[in-house]
Design a protein around this ligand. Structure first.
Ligand code: PTJ
Length: 244
């Protein structure tokens, strides 16, 4: 039992939840390691959304709402941490949701799909085809989902799929607390923020766009480097202040 008064209460509750999700076969052991890395970067960012991350979320919403076939790609960690938030974003943006896993088994796909559905997400189903030029199982995707998408939101991604999707001519938005990761540097747009903080901001911005449909799509190219540099500057500033 974690006491609510514990200074790291939220972090400990999330960890406990992820461990429970490992027991249910939704998150992998590797997913726990990925979460730990994310926590470390979030610590450096002060566990708050920076101004540049908030701006990146608004830009992401404009990109998603102006895309023809946007898809949200969901892995085990994203499902476990943010099933409700994915459902809300799907409702606000009309994006399709596809489960795409690095540690792929049919059983995990089934379990994650059922878990998302129990939280109100409409999950694409079908027979996956090895359509992304990758040596591992992330190559598998649905023709009516990621394969035919023009824009894909890929939270907590591993770098080589991001690169492959971009090489296929797709726009990729990622949410990644590590501004130095290969994914962060290869994506069309990286939101350097924690998943459960970023997704509701994108959803709210999509709702605003729905109320003001004449909003124009953002101009290209997207300056991803601006957002990465801003995140690194925020970390640097925090580290400098910690030494004062
Ligand atoms: O469920 P699977 O089989 O598809 O596997 C999913 C994981 C996450 C294990 C897999 O995609 C993976 O290994 O990812 P990486 O390469 O460890 O990258 C995950 C990135 O997400 C890292 O850069 C972390 O810093 C970042 N991250 C972790 N937790 C969060 C996060 N970013 C935002 N919010 C988080 N909560």
């Amino acid at each position: 039992m974690i006491p609510e008064s514990h200074p790291r209460y939220r972090s400990l509750v999330v960890r406990e939840h992820l461990v429970a999700m490992v027991c249910k076969g939704i998150v992998t052991h590797e997913g726990l390691i990925a979460h730990g890395r994310g926590e470390a970067f979030d610590y450096l960012l002060g566990e708050v959304s920076t101004e540049s991350a908030i701006a990146a979320c608004r830009l992401a919403a404009r990109m998603i709402c102006s895309a023809e076939r946007p898809v949200i790609s969901v892995n085990g960690n994203t499902a476990a941490l943010a099933a409700d938030e994915v459902a809300a974003l799907q409702a606000a943006s009309g994006a399709r949701v596809e489960v795409n896993l690095f540690h792929r088994t049919d059983e995990r796909i089934r379990k994650i799909t059922a878990y998302l559905e129990s939280h109100g997400v409409d999950v694409l189903s079908g027979v996956p085809v090895r359509n992304i030029p990758l040596a591992h199982d992330r190559a598998l995707c649905l023709k009516e989902g990621i394969f035919s998408a023009d824009l894909i939101l890929v939270p907590l991604e591993d770098g080589d799929r991001c690169e492959a999707l971009c090489a296929m001519g797709k726009e990729v938005i990622t949410i990644d607390l590590n501004p130095l990761s290969r994914t962060a540097r290869t994506a069309t747009l990286t939101i350097v923020d924690e998943l459960t903080r970023a997704l509701p901001m994108i959803t709210n911005a999509c709702r605003e766009i729905n109320e003001c449909p004449e909003m124009l799509p953002p101009t290209r190219p997207i300056n991803n480097q601006y957002y990465l540099t801003a995140a690194l500057n925020a970390i640097q500033e925090r580290l400098c202040n910690a030494m004062d």
